[in-house]
Design a protein around this ligand. Sequence first.
Ligand SMILES: O=C([C@H](O)CO)[C@H](O)[C@H](O)COP(=O)(O)O
Length: 210
Amino acid sequence: MAKLQVAIDLLTTADALALAEKVAPYIDIIELGTPLIKSEGLAVITAMKEAFPNKIVFADFKTADAGALEAEMAFKAGADLVTVLATTGNATIAGAVKAAKQYGKGVVVDTIGETDRVKRAQEVTALGVEFVELHAGLDEQAQPGYSIQVLIDEAARVGVPVSIAGGVNINNIAAVKQAGVKVVVAGASIYSSADPAAAAKALREALDAA
Ligand SMILES: O=C([C@H](O)CO)[C@H](O)[C@H](O)COP(=O)(O)O
């Protein structure tokens, strides 16, 4: 069963907690987006885990160096999963994985900015990461001609555990799941909705039905 992850790209702890409260019944993983963590610091991780101890809390650090140190910071604050960039060196990813093993937590590698997401996903999986995020970030999504289909096609052939993030919505979530992903990430289609709870519920139902 694929998990549903809400990516919270809001800028305050209060707004993030309020959104999480609305969507929690329908989602498995609560992602604290990179802008949110930069805005509010580690305290937002602690606040989210205290409010939702039974959810998987995902800290989107996008770590580029000092993998062990940054992963430890996230885990000590309450994160269950932390991201490291695929574009960084294997030593940084391996350092984060080592810290994750010490804390009983996990590392997700984010392929944002990576030219060959499939090849890099296969390489980093061997380092012991939890899964790899096939990710087209907000700026890539804004480019003319962007389609999530490129990620769906990559997921179908990658052969290692992956998530997809990059514009998941109610119209494409079934195709995303059918590509064989472990986790489906939805950000703007939930937090920008006039009714985030209804949006999350619809995504959950479509995911489970696909
Ligand atoms: O990780 C993300 C981005 O880098 C900003 O932090 C997004 O949360 C991710 O792209 C998912 O969001 P949507 O594309 O809006 O679904």
